[in-house]
Design a binder for this molecule. Structure first.
Ligand code: NAD
Ligand code: GLY
Length: 371
């Protein structure tokens, strides 16, 4: 299946196909001016899928130079970025070459940013290997690294030339990572697509199942394609987040505050933070009279039914409402000192400014303290 992302001269296709990696060379060849690629990946992904990628590239006569960094969020920072750029330059990259990001969101963001600055910009393509990266981060051209001041604070909007999604790569993904990515799938339903949310209520367990259910591949394809179409529509309308794209941050204002407190590591994965953050956003919306309380209950019930964490009390975190609010004030969506919250019910999300912080404080306090 091919989903176009329409962005004038920066338009590209998102290609979703089980088993795609085994013949990726044919697809990549269409983009190559030189029969070679500069592949940025990480050790875990290379361990599982590097062999298949190497074989496919060799079969198509494409020379591949590999730049393999350690897996994990710590790699998305200035030191590893500098080392990566130097390694790629030492290998003799030219402006007509292409960088391939082969991994999850960490690799996509890092390699994409490197591509945007090396030689003032070389082309890159994404081959995302986590559910989160297949439904969100590989599409839309946000690239970047973290800094001690916060996540993703240095970066660029730099669109890939194509996104190649092989859902079969998800078969090796740890269940916890799969569930974290699933939060971003659910997000599209909660933003403006209640029918998709209802479909997920029926099929979510199959999508994240560890069993070889006959329906699994079909449901995963459908969920990934639907998510990519939703994201492509938003990005086509608002590439640089001047308006509608901000809705994609549903759950992120709360979630980023929790992630900051947990140190961006194993204690709380990004998608887990987004799931809990979405529940907090719907609870805030209910308290503000923007949504029915049953929407928050319905979302919580759905996440629970697929085995996801739904409460701050399920994570090893020691914090308070004031500290979390202080993190929210550092969010990228703060304008003139006011925090932009994405609020609403299932299917009716909108950006709200000037939110009464007493209500937010109350939601945070109750989330942390109510048994
Ligand atoms: P990740 O890249 O760290 O991958 C998660 C884990 O899965 C890692 O341990 C990795 O080694 C492992 N892994 C990856 N593919 C695998 C596979 N097929 N089989 C087995 N293990 C595999 O994290 P992520 O969840 O993919 O992405 C999170 C990052 O994405 C964060 O840095 C976040 O800020 C960023 N992000 C960016 C955007 C964007 O628009 N650019 C959007 C959302 C998130
Ligand atoms: N993940 C949010 C965005 O791409 O805008």
């Amino acid at each position: 299946m091919t989903i176009p992302l329409e962005l004038d001269a920066r338009s590209y296709d998102i290609i979703i196909e089980p088993g795609l990696i085994s013949h990726i060379g044919e697809k990549l060849s269409l983009f190559l001016k030189n029969p070679r690629v500069f592949v940025v990946s990480e050790d875990t992904v290379m361990g599982y899928h590097g062999g298949a990628l190497k074989q496919a590239l060799a079969e198509s006569g494409i020379e591949a130079k590999f730049f393999v960094v350690p897996a994990g969020e710590a790699t998305k920072s200035i030191g590893p970025l500098e080392a990566l750029c130097n390694d790629i330059l030492s290998a003799g990259i030219e402006r007509t070459d292409i960088i391939v990001a082969f991994g999850g969101g960490v690799i996509g963001d890092l390699a994409g940013f490197a591509a945007s600055i090396i030689l003032r910009g070389v082309d890159f393509v994404q081959i995302p290997t986590t559910l989160l990266s297949q439904v969100d981060s590989s599409v839309g051209g946000k690239t970047g690294i973290n800094t001690p001041h916060g996540k993703n604070l240095i970066g660029s909007f730099y669109q890939p030339k194509a996104v190649f999604i092989d859902p079969d790569t998800l078969d090796t993904l740890p269940r916890r990572e799969l569930l974290a990515g699933y939060a971003e799938v659910v997000k599209y339903g909660v933003i403006d697509d209640p029918d998709f949310f209802t479909w997920l209520e029926k099929n979510g367990s199959t999508i994240v199942s560890a069993e070889g259910l006959p329906e699994k591949q079909k449901c995963r394809m459908q969920a990934i394609a639907h998510s990519c179409k939703a994201k492509a529509r938003v990005v086509a309308e608002d590439e640089r987040e001047g308006g509608k794209r901000a809705l994609l941050n549903l759950g992120h204002t709360f979630g980023h505050a929790l992630e900051a407190e947990c140190g961006y590591g194993d204690t709380l994965l990004h998608g887990e933070a987004v799931a809990i953050g979405m529940i907090m956003a719907l609870e805030t919306s209910a308290r503000m009279g923007l949504a029915d309380h049953t929407d928050c209950e319905r979302l919580t019930h759905h996440f629970k039914s697929v085995g996801m964490k739904t409460s701050v009390r399920e994570i090893d975190i020691s914090t308070d409402a004031e500290t979390l609010l202080a993190h929210m004030h550092k969010d990228k969506k703060v304008e003139a000192g006011t925090i932009g919250f994405i609020l609403g019910g299932i299917g009716t999300a909108a950006v709200h400014r000037g939110v009464d912080l007493e209500i937010v404080r109350g939601v945070l306090h109750d989330s942390l303290n109510t048994a």
